[in-house]
Design a protein around this ligand. Sequence first.
Ligand SMILES: Cc1cc2nc3c(=O)[nH]c(=O)nc-3n(C[C@H](O)[C@H](O)[C@H](O)COP(=O)(O)OP(=O)(O)OC[C@H]3O[C@@H](n4cnc5c(N)ncnc54)[C@H](O)[C@@H]3O)c2cc1C
Length: 312
Amino acid sequence: MNSHRKVIIIGSGPAGHTAAIYAGRANLAPLMFEGEMAGGIAAGGQLTTTTEVENFPGFPTGISGPELMMAMRAQSEHCQTEILTKTVDSVDLSVRPFKVTVENTTYTADTLIIATGATAKRMGIAGESEYWQKGISACAVCDGALPIFRNKALAVIGGGDSACEEASFLTKFASKVYLVVRRHELRASKTMQDRVLANPKIEILWNTDPIAAKGENLLTHLSVQSNKTNEQRDLEVAGLFYAIGHIPNTAFLNGQLKTDETGYILTEPGTTNTSVPGVFAAGDVQDKKYRQAITSAGTGCMAALDAEHFLT
Ligand SMILES: Cc1cc2nc3c(=O)[nH]c(=O)nc-3n(C[C@H](O)[C@H](O)[C@H](O)COP(=O)(O)OP(=O)(O)OC[C@H]3O[C@@H](n4cnc5c(N)ncnc54)[C@H](O)[C@@H]3O)c2cc1C
C-alpha cells in the first residue's frame, strides 16, 4: 500500500469520520487509523459505548450509538478513505513529511488530523460494568433526558464544575439529585457552587464515596460510605452519573503539541490549527467544554478544510 499520504487521520469517532468524508470528497485520499481499543474504546469512539443517541440531527426517533458510527464509517469508505484497524503508537512532528508509526511500520503524511477523543474516567466500583448504560453514565447532557431517569432520584459523583453543572442540569428531569462529594468542599467555581447550594432539589453528601451499584435489570441503588465515619447507606437512585473528568488520548504525541495542563490539545480559536503547522486537532481531544458528537463532527469538518487549505 501507499505509505505516504496527503492526509492521515488518527481516530475514528464523529470528528475523525467527518474529517475523512470531507478530505475524501476533496480528492485527498485520506488514510485513517481507527484504533484497536485505543484508550479502552472500540473503533468508532465513545458512541459505541452508548445505546440511544437522541440529539444527533437527522434521526427524529434516535439511533443507537454503534449504528450511527457504522454508518459514518461506511460513508468515510464511500468517500475513498482507507481505514486501518490499528492504533498509532507514536508520531514524529519534527520532520516533513510527518512520520506516523504503527506496529513498527512508518507512514508519512503532509498533514495530520488528530481526532483521538477522550475517555471518561470511571471509578471501578462494584456493579459498575453490570449497570453501565443501565443506569450508569458519564454524560448527563447526553443521557439525562432518557425516560429511565425521569422523575427519579439520581446521583452525580464529583465536586468540580462539571459535577455541579451536571447536577443542576439533571434537576430538570429528576425528582432529586444527590451530589456525592469526596471532600468537605466543592472544587467548582463560586458561581457554580452557589447555584448548586441554592437548588432545593440537590442534596450534597459531603465526605462520601460511592462503593457499589446495585439493582436488577436496571440500577436501583447506590451504596455510599462516609470517609469520616465509615457509615454506609443505600441511596435509592435510578441513575448514577460520573463527573470526575476525562482523559484526552494524547499520550502517543509525547509532548510534541502544546496542550493544556490536563493534556487537551490547544487549538487556535476559530480554527483547528495546533502548535505545529500542518497538524490539526478535532473533537473531544481538543474540547473539554462541549464534548458532543455534533460538535466533534463540526470540528472534524473544520480540520479537513484547514488541511485542504494548508496543502494548497
Ligand atoms: C456513554 C456516553 C454517551 C454519550 N452520548 C452522547 C449522545 O447521546 N450525544 C452526543 O452528542 N454525544 C454523546 N456522547 C459524547 C460523544 O460520544 C463524544 O463527544 C464524541 O464521541 C467525541 O468524538 P471524537 O470524534 O472526538 O472522539 P471519540 O468518540 O472519543 O473517538 C476517538 C477514537 O479514536 C481512537 N483512538 C484513540 N487513540 C488512538 C490512537 N493512538 N490511534 C488510533 N485511534 C485512536 C479511540 O479508540 C476512539 O475510537 C456520549 C459519550 C459517552 C461516553
